[in-house]
Design a protein around this ligand. Structure first.
Ligand code: AP5
Length: 226
């Protein structure tokens, strides 16, 4: 199964992808995570992407499309995956379509997670991430047991550079201009489903999975077809 999670910064794409990964066989592919890893490793892509990311702007299509193409086409690449943060422009969506056509597999679901703008700002400004294991917390909605320390691995929690209020607003504007048009792009293709992204993370997960026809159970792991 192949899924695209659309939604503005802070809608919960990363949170929901991690929950879905725990309950299905799907691989989670996040362009934001791949780009941050490239920045940390100072690879060619990372060096080129850093200034765009720091300003809350989109990294140029050619770089991101090349990165995902490489990720999906290499030998042993996952055939069942959810894309978090890609595509983000119509050019990226068209490129994804071509990549999937090459592999003779369809895009099964596009889920747009809807959350009001004031809630997005609150979510992003309170987000904290573990440097070691990548677990995510929120200072108000999901605080760690000990301030600054990850409950899962004891690692240090940090605030993402682009989660400062001014950059958050820039990212939301970029979403409205460049990424929101994808909703219409996928709606005309009949693959789009909008989901209310407010409420508990478990409630949002249930809404996402319910529309995919996979069983929802708190105990049994959910399995998706390859
Ligand atoms: P990326 O890392 O993809 O960031 P984003 O899209 O801005 O999304 P976020 O990760 O900020 O939010 P999210 O929706 O995943 O929310 P989360 O689950 O973390 O991209 C970063 C940058 O990389 C971009 O600005 C761009 O420069 C570049 N980039 C990436 N992809 C690109 C592409 N394809 N093309 C070009 N450039 C690209 O949740 C947020 C917070 O809310 C957390 O604290 C969480 O705990 C909390 N939360 C989640 N759900 C709930 C809930 N239901 N209730 C209460 N709190 C919640």
């Amino acid at each position: 199964m192949r899924i695209v999670l659309l939604g503005p910064p802070g809608a919960g794409k990363g949170t929901q992808s991690k929950l879905m990964h725990e309950r299905t066989t799907m691989t989670h592919i996040s362009t934001g995570d791949l780009l941050r890893a490239a920045v940390s490793a100072r690879t060619e892509i990372g060096v080129a992407a850093k200034s765009y990311m720091d300003r809350g702007e989109l990294v140029p299509d050619s770089l991101v499309i090349g990165m995902i193409d490489e990720h999906l086409q290499h030998e042993g690449a996952p055939r069942s995956f959810m894309l978090d943060g890609f595509p983000r422009t119509v050019a990226q969506a068209e490129a994804l379509q071509r990549m999937l056509e090459t592999q003779h597999v369809p895009l099964d679901h596009v889920v747009s997670i809807d959350v009001p703008r004031n809630e997005l700002v609150r979510r992003l400004s309170g987000r904290r991430t573990c440097r070691q294991c990548g677990a995510m917390f929120h200072l108000a909605f999901d605080p760690p047991g000990r301030p600054g320390v990850c409950d899962r691995c004891g690692g240090e929690l940090f605030q993402r550079e682009d989660d400062r209020e001014e950059t958050i607003r820039a990212r939301l504007d970029v979403y409205d201009n460049a990424t929101a048009p994808l909703v219409a792009f996928y709606r005309t293709r009949g693959t789009l489903r909008a989901v209310d992204g407010t409420g508990s993370t478990a409630a949002v997960l249930d809404r996402i999975l319910a529309g995919m026809g996979v069983p929802v159970s708190a105990d049994a792991p959910v399995r998706s077809e390859p």
